[in-house]
Ligand binder design. Structure first.
Ligand code: AOF
Ligand code: ZN
Length: 362
């Protein structure tokens, strides 16, 4: 943190360039999964001569774009990368080799890659090639950028967040605060960030309003939990892929397919098959999106907490004092969560809500 040291107009601070990497990486928010977001800058004589970010899984890595941008100027330069350069052939060739070939003198790495096939081997490879490597600059910032990717890599499970809106008197609201129509609103930021959202199928007409209004945005997969799939509201399938998990007592997959609904029917709706589905689909982050009442999500939320699968809670407090017969209260969660470490108070964008993000301490 802190301000960059500046000497004769030349920025010398590693943190400064690493923060720039993170800023670049964020341009691809919502598009890189299952890959991480990564940014890279090439610095020579205190000037940025090349920059890049990883735009999408399958496309070249951040380092490749930054090196291309720098051209011959990369020789003897310092490369800053928010994540350890890879040393393996995946969908793309190793970044370590590209950096070595470009003859960079020094590499500054934000954090080691938790991917077991990388896990410090990239750093080792660069050092073996005689490159000076510094690891762990703005590490917390870099980890925060890819909390879902890191969690998924280390546990094999998607990063799961529970979100809800509350009135000032503590009732669940179905309003979305700084909602989907506002670019930069908190809810639209969540939609952009998460690979999938899980919604209750008993929450009626509101399902289609989850779709982001920004045309360039990532559209998360909608997972609808429906105890009664015959009572489903219209699904906004034309905009976002939707899958319904339903109770087998009420309908068959074939019945639902006839109605154009892609469904998985289960003996009993519970967390395990949903997590397995997420894994098969390669989903790294999932938002449990609670609107107004628990509805069909109640058991799922409970299980996610009890099985320590829920990582984070994002609460938006809106300036309403709702009627007693308004939304449900959060009593169903009482006693389930032992400790919540509040890390982020998301700065106000409008004066219409306050957002608190906390992490469950399992
Ligand atoms: C980097 N720079 O910009 C990214 C990295 O299939 P691939 O070739 O895209 O490889 C994916 C893995 O590479 C991914 O799981 C992670 O370990 C690393 N991502 N590495 O050096 C990048 N996106
Ligand atoms: Zn790479």
């Amino acid at each position: 943190g802190g301000l960059a040291r500046v000497r004769c107009g030349v920025v010398e601070d590693d943190g400064f360039y690493m923060r720039r990497c993170v800023e670049l990486a964020r341009r691809a928010i919502g598009f890189t999964s299952p890959n991480p977001m990564v940014g890279c800058v090439i610095v020579k004589d205190g000037k940025i001569v090349g920059q890049g970010f990883h735009p999408k899984a399958g496309q070249p890595h951040a380092e490749v774009f930054a090196l291309r941008d720098a051209g011959d100027l990369a020789e003897n330069a310092t490369a800053y990368v928010s994540l350890e350069p890879c040393n393996h052939y995946g969908r793309t060739p190793p970044c370590t080799e590209a950096l070595i070939k470009a003859k960079v003198k020094r590499v500054v790495v934000g954090m080691v890659d938790p991917n077991p096939i990388v896990a410090s081997k990239g750093v080792d490879r660069l050092r073996d090639a005689g490159i000076d490597v510094t690891v762990g600059v703005e590490e917390e910032l870099c980890k925060g950028l890819n909390e879902a990717y890191i969690h998924q890599m280390l546990t094999g499970k998607p990063f799961m967040t529970l979100r809800y809106s509350l009135s000032v008197n503590g009732h669940l609201l179905d309003q979305l605060g700084e909602g989907v129509t506002e670019a930069g609103g908190y809810y639209s930021k969540l939609l952009q960030e998460y690979d999938a959202i899980i919604l209750s199928g008993s929450l009626s007409e509101k399902l289609s309003s989850t779709i982001s209004q920004e045309s360039v945005a990532n559209q998360p997969l909608q997972i609808v939990i429906a105890s009664d799939p015959n009572q489903l509201p219209p699904l906004a399938k034309e905009v976002s892929k939707t899958i319904v998990f339903a109770d087998k007592e009420r309908a068959t997959e074939a019945d639902l397919a006839k109605k154009g609904i892609e469904a998985v029917v289960l003996d009993q709706i519970n967390l395990t098959p949903i997590l397995e589905y997420c894994k098969r689909q390669g989903l790294c982050s999932v938002l449990l999106d609670m609107r107004g009442r628990f509805g069909d999500l109640e058991e799922l939320v409970r299980e996610a907490i009890e099985q320590k699968v829920l990582q984070k809670i994002a609460v938006e407090v809106l300036p309403y004092w709702d009627e007693p017969d308004g939304g449900e209260s959060l009593v169903a969660l009482n006693g389930l969560i032992k400790r919540l470490e509040v890390k982020n108070l998301v700065p106000l964008i409008s004066n219409r809500s306050v957002v608190v993000e906390g992490y469950l301490q399992h």
